[in-house]
Design a protein around this ligand. Structure first.
Ligand code: AMP
Length: 285
């Protein structure tokens, strides 16, 4: 097996994908910021079941990081990532430099309203505009038939669905389930920031999500269950709980305070030191 081909310009990306198109092959894209783990690789494998060729992108997008966030220190190891991608069935890696994505005079941003307002949007001003702009650019550059995004970033997935529909991008958005460590902690490149003591506390987040979702699915009132969830997480050793909320699975409107009346999503961010752990689960009505 030769090395995974890497392209660094949108012209080269289009050329490669154009060859596949001329052979009538179906193309999937999986955008990532690198520091790959099983979660990313599961996206790739899912993509491979839905397409003949899979392109992964690797781009640590500066515009989705706020001041004081970890853009500079975000883990970067392209040759490791390329080897993992190739082993998972990737056909092409698109790894543009920042100047290729944001040339001189770049002045356009995409703003999605509504679904971007609460939770991550409230905690990280400008984050979703950065995400929406870069994802729109990647999808327009590659024009894949299908693009895969993880439910790990559930709000981001809803933002991308909204933007794809609103901008008439002819790309199917395919969600991928969350991949977890055996103890339940959702895989994340940022888990590497946890100390051993913090890592020991971290799996409590998923356990509480399951427990509280089950209570609400069984008829418990939503507002009281949310409060109990926050208290349980603080008691388990989390330093703060930024949110722990039942929301509509599509438009992310807040649910409650009473009993659940349809499908929902329970989304949470809990902090250990400076590290924000994101997780969420589906709630059956
Ligand atoms: P990132 O590199 O963090 O931007 O993530 C790239 C893609 O991988 C996004 O669509 C994420 O939602 C997805 N992803 C990250 N972690 C996981 C996970 N544990 N399970 C499933 N998908 C994930």
């Amino acid at each position: 097996m030769g090395k995974l081909p890497i392209v660094r310009t949108r012209a080269a990306l289009r050329r490669e994908i154009g060859v596949w198109r001329s052979e009538r092959l179906r193309v999937a894209m999986t955008p990532t910021m690198g520091a790959l783990h099983e979660g990313h690789l599961s996206l790739l494998r899912l993509a491979a079941t839905r397409a003949d060729r899979v392109v992964a992108s690797l781009f640590v997008n500066p515009t989705q990081f706020g001041p004081g966030e970890d853009f500079q220190s975000y883990p970067r190891d392209e040759s490791r990532d390329a080897a993992l991608l190739q082993a998972a069935g990737c056909d092409l890696l698109y790894a543009p430099p920042v100047e290729e994505m944001y040339g001189d005079g770049f002045a356009t941003a995409i703003t999605v309203s509504g679904v971007t307002a609460p939770m991550e949007g409230a905690a990280r001003p400008g984050h979703f505009s950065g995400v929406a702009t870069v994802v729109a650019k990647l999808l327009i550059q590659g024009l894949p038939d299908v693009a895969v995004f993880g439910e790990k970033d559930y709000q981001q997935l809803q933002v991308i669905r909204r933007l794809t529909a609103d901008l008439d991008l002819p790309v199917e958005i395919l969600p991928a389930p969350i991949v977890r460590d055996p103890d339940g902690l959702a895989l994340s490149s940022r888990n590497a920031y946890l100390t051993p003591a913090q890592r020991a506390v971290a799996p409590a987040l998923y356990r509480r999500l399951i427990e509280v979702a089950r209570a609400v699915a069984g008829g418990a009132p939503i507002a009281a269950a949310e409060t109990a969830g926050v208290e349980a997480l603080l008691a388990a050793g989390f330093d703060a709980v930024e949110y722990f909320e039942f929301r509509d699975p599509a438009d992310l409107a807040r649910l409650g305070p009473g009993s659940i009346s349809g499908p929902a999503r329970l989304l949470a961010v809990a902090r250990l030191g400076r590290t924000r752990l994101l997780d969420n689960i589906a709630v059956a009505a």
